[in-house]
Write a protein that binds this ligand. Structure first.
Ligand SMILES: O=C[C@H](O)COP(=O)(O)O
Length: 247
């Protein structure tokens, strides 16, 4: 299947920096073999939508979506609002939000459902902490996190993207080995096969210190269908090198 390389800028952006980065990406991207998305902070949706105008090679995603549809939810941004700015993907359940905003598996699943209802593809993040890995809990944790989404969205599960992001590998420079990542991706694929006959079409991304040097080996694994890239998505040359590795 066509791989997906998605950049997650996290809380790193500025009007001037975005313009430079997007223009450099546009100039260097050519005709990639994979799909490409950049998930930007919401205040910059309109700016980045304008910077991406006139091409459809790079699409825009959000880093979150409200679990509510509309109304008195101060600070929330709804899926229908995202849609108005051309958002195609919404990251849900990133470990940084599970940790800092105490998002539960159920909360994450509702967010995935809201995105799907609006025609936005949720990128559902799952992953274990270092302690959970050391305690042999990895499989239990990722399956529990994904099960909540499968349970809520039912047959629409075939429309999601899953990102396996071991928490201990995020922003640390400690990448999971291709074998470690594949092992967990295999577990997730098996779980999805039990839920839908379309499991082999669901893209399973790896995220966690993926960079220009390790991307090719990770992306060569049979169940790694792309990457969710943090730090390396902030420099055009690095992000473009990962995109080039996704053949
Ligand atoms: O969403 C992206 C992941 O958290 C990975 O971040 P990183 O590439 O900086 O480790």
């Amino acid at each position: 299947m066509k791989k997906l390389i998605a950049g997650n800028w996290k809380m790193n952006a500025s009007l001037a920096g975005n313009e430079t980065l997007v223009n450099e990406l546009r100039a260097g991207i050519g005709a990639p073999a994979c799909d490409v998305a950049i998930c930007v902070p919401s205040p910059y949706f309109q700016q980045v939508q304008g910077l991406l105008a006139g091409q459809d090679t790079i699409v825009m995603g959000s880093q979150n979506v409200s679990s509510h549809e509309s109304g008195a939810y101060t600070g929330d941004v709804s899926a229908t609002m995202l849609k108005e700015f051309g958002i195609r993907y919404a990251i849900v359940g990133h470990s940084e939000r599970r940790l800092h905003q105490a998002e539960s598996d159920t909360h994450v699943a509702i967010k995935a459902e809201r995105a799907l209802e609006a025609g936005i593809t949720p990128i559902v993040c799952v992953g274990e902490t270092l302690r959970e890995r050391e305690e042999g809990m990895t499989e239990f944790i990722v399956k529990r996190q994904l099960a909540a989404v499968i349970h809520l969205v039912g047959h629409c599960i075939s429309e999601i993207v899953v990102a396996y992001e071991p928490v201990w590998a995020i922003g640390t420079g400690k990448t999971a080995t291709p074998e470690q990542a594949q092992e967990v991706h295999g577990v997730l694929r098996t779980q999805l096969r039990a839920a839908t006959e379309h499991a082999d079409k669901i893209r399973l991304l790896y995220g966690g210190s993926m960079n220009a040097g390790n991307a090719a080996a990770l992306l060569a694994q049979p169940d790694i269908d792309g990457g969710l890239i943090g730090g390396a998505s902030l420099k055009a040359a690095d992000f473009l090198a990962i995109i080039a590795a996704a053949q």
